[in-house]
Design a protein around this ligand. Structure first.
Ligand code: SF4
Length: 693
């Protein structure tokens, strides 16, 4: 409409798309979101006055006619019909309760949502352990950065970025790998490009010559699946040529001798042969990093979504430490997190099979006793299933019921043909979401949740900043915030939760989670954001990790060598290409939000497969032709985009559409042994023009 802004509701809030954590003012007339406008610059530490297309225009999904406005239950013919909250909650309490009574809580699991607030994710973990009696609670981090968390936590102590976003502008050198920054984290890419224009070096190692590579001082194309190898090659060169930071290594690390020894197998010839990166490029990257006073190492899922993702991260953590690039301005490690709240809701709040909030180990007797006491329940010391393992456990009959919140597993799990079978066969499935997603189609009960513009709480972004999210309109129809649904359900199942607000939930988090000890709503609001660790009410928060010491038992960074590993599946005569999956700017994950945006859909109306011109010529394929892509697990048909962005040995496809469901091709079985991350970045495939059938 034509309404003047000052007549509308306004809330200064935090973006609900990606983990950059941009802040802006949202305007609503109470019915729909009408505009996003810059907030005062000092209130927006990450983005100032800029936002990307998603944050600026991506609100059609809130107002969409497809929104779920009432609960749905199955009728006697197996069709969905609308139901009252009371009936739906009864059905869920009965369905989950029956499995718990007959088979124990371990037969149940919860998938929590990194789109939801910190407070809600805290309750998702509490609900799993207290109400259902299971440690099998996990979230989408398992499909992306869990190997980052495992690798960084082992080396330095915290599974998170060590830097603040402003360090991207203070660095003299930035190494980026496996990160399509321009498309996945647009506002960070803008800050990196600005720094490069001001003279910083940018090194990009990636299988695809992505847009940010145009700004790079050096772009090196790597063969997917061998990241630890080229990283080790760089570290070896730096150590062998005495280019490392001797005093940092001596004073702040352990394990240096063993690391140096372990690197000897990564000879220049071997690195070049395995990764496809010429030795001169390894040398020039090593020298650029060693010459820089301050270097940031940034990555996303190209490094982590592998059957040995944790090893890749360990290799990167070694490189940052031997060059002394930690704990000072303009230097550090920065895994760019994907979902808006995957750092906070997906990790810090502990909806995890092995950790309570604040990465407190459930196997630690003292810690467990603290939570048993606070939550008034018994908790098993045995770790539950990771998300990827839940689907394998269900296959074995060890898991019978699932409560999936905001996750579209039917598209996002690896090997979705397998995931679909599992969802079909579960004894009881509850899905809580904004829409009837592909996953909800398998549910017994669907509960309508509301979006981030319809509730209040906090998100934690990729640089550990906790920021406020504010309600600007009432929940649509009968939809409710996740925390209210969880509370109603807990009480249906015999507990007595009585939270009045998310501020009150956060006070409980403060009392149980040292990292968030001083992170109250009052302070987040008045200080415009707080970075963890923030131990107590007087602690100012932490801009950069590891300035004085690492968060390990002896305060040192623990270097550990990483041997040679191959992807679980390598190309052969039958399946000669390596498929890598990823994302595009205008879409977001499985598209439950962005597919409702008319403007966005015009740009990228479907998935596609990128094929190198040489390969395309060999197969007689042109841009726009339909191509069948096949792996050992399934096949999909998508239009071709012929481009030299990819090399001749690889093909690339984004993962945003149900029609193509690219994850039919990926592998659900070969998981990272430490973090259980699937190998989305490497599948052996063959291609053929679709009309050849
Ligand atoms: Fe939102 Fe990320 Fe875009 Fe910022 S960069 S506006 S946080 S989607």
């Amino acid at each position: 409409g034509d309404k003047r802004l000052e007549e509308l509701n306004v809330a200064d809030t935090t973006c609900g798309y990606c983990a950059v954590g941009c802040r802006f003012d949202l305007y609503s007339d109470g019915e729909e979101v009408l505009a996003a406008r810059p907030t005062a610059e000092e209130d927006a530490p990450v983005n100032g006055i800029s936002t990307c297309v998603k944050g600026k225009f991506g609100y059609d999904f809130v107002n969409s006619d497809d929104r779920l406005t009432t609960p749905l239950v199955r009728d006697e013919n197996g069709e969905f019909r609308t139901a009252s909250w009371s009936e739906a909650l009864d059905r869920v309490a009965e369905g989950l309760g029956a499995i718990k009574d007959d088979h124990g809580g371990e037969a149940l699991s919860v998938i929590a949502s990194s789109k939801a607030t910190n407070e809600e994710n805290y309750l998702m973990g509490k609900f799993a352990r207290q109400v259902l009696g299971t440690n099998s609670v996990d979230n989408c981090n398992r499909l992306c950065h869990s190997s980052t968390v495992a690798g960084l936590a082992q080396t330095y102590g915290y599974g998170a970025a060590s830097i603040s976003t402003e360090d991207l502008e203070l660095a003299d050198c930035i190494l980026l790998t496996g990160s399509n920054t321009t498309e996945a984290h647009p506002v960070l890419a803008t800050r990196i490009k600005q720094n490069v224009r001001d003279g910083a070096d940018l090194l990009v190692f990636d299988p695809r010559e992505i847009q940010i590579a145009e700004y790079a001082t050096q772009y090196s194309r790597v063969q997917p699946g061998y990241d630890a190898v080229w990283i080790n090659g760089i570290t070896r060169y730096i150590i062998d040529n005495d280019l490392y930071d001797e005093s940092f290594v001596a004073e702040r690390t352990s394990g240096f001798e063993d690391l140096a020894e372990s690197l000897q197998e990564f000879t220049p010839e071997r690195v070049e042969e395995v990764t496809g990166v010429p030795h001169e490029e390894i040398v020039s990257a090593a020298e650029t990093i060693a010459d820089a006073d301050r270097c940031v190492f940034g990555w996303t899922l190209g490094l982590t979504e592998h059957s040995h993702g944790t090893e890749n991260v360990l290799a990167m953590a070694n490189l940052a430490a031997v060059t002394g690039n930690l704990g000072k301005p303009g230097a550090g490690v920065s895994p760019f997190r994907g979902q808006n709240n995957v750092q906070g809701g997906g990790g810090d709040m502990g909806p995890l099979p092995d950790n309570f909030p604040g990465y407190q180990d459930i196997a630690d007797d003292e810690v467990r006793a603290k939570f048993e006491d606070a939550w008034d329940c018994e908790i098993s010391p045995d770790y539950g299933h990771y998300t990827t393992q839940m689907f394998l456990a269900a296959d074995r009959g060890d898991l019978r019921g699932m409560y999936i919140i905001g996750e579209n597993s039917a598209l996002s799990e690896p090997g979705v043909n397998h995931a679909e079978e599992v969802l079909e066969e579960l004894e009881f499935l509850v899905v809580q979401d904004l829409f009837v997603t592909e996953t909800a189609e398998y549910a017994d009960v669907v509960l309508p949740a509301c979006s981030f513009v319809e509730k209040t709480g906090t998100f934690t972004n990729t640089d550990r900043t906790v920021q406020m999210v504010k309600e600007v309109m009432e929940p649509k129809g009968d939809s409710r915030p996740d925390w209210e649904i969880l509370q109603a359900l807990a009480n249906r199942m015999g507990w007595d939760w009585d939270y009045d607000s998310t501020a009150e939930i956060m006070r409980e988090v403060n009392s149980l989670t040292p990292l968030y000890g001083g992170v109250t709503h009052e302070r987040v609001e008045s200080e415009g954001g707080l970075q963890w660790p923030c131990w107590d009410e007087d602690h100012p928060g932490t801009e950069r990790l590891y300035e004085e010491e690492f968060n390990t038992d002896d305060g040192l960074a623990h270097l550990q060598g990483v041997g040679f590993s191959e992807p679980a599946e390598t190309p052969d005569d039958e399946f000669p290409f390596t498929l890598t999956t990823g994302r595009v700017l205008y879409q977001y994950h499985t598209g439950t939000m962005t597919h409702r945006e008319e403007g966005i859909m015009q740009y990228t109306p479907s998935d596609f497969v990128e094929i190198n011109p040489r390969t395309a010529a060999e197969y007689g394929i042109e841009t726009g032709d339909m191509v069948r892509v096949e792996s050992r697990r399934g096949s999909v048909t998508v239009p071709a985009q012929v481009t030299d962005r990819v090399g001749p040995e690889s093909v690339f496809a984004p993962i945003h559409f149900a029609e193509s469901a690219i994850n039919r091709l990926t592998d659900e079985e070969h998981l990272d042994p430490q973090a259980a991350t699937p190998e989305f970045k490497v599948s052996a495939v063959r291609i053929a023009p679709a009309d050849a059938d």
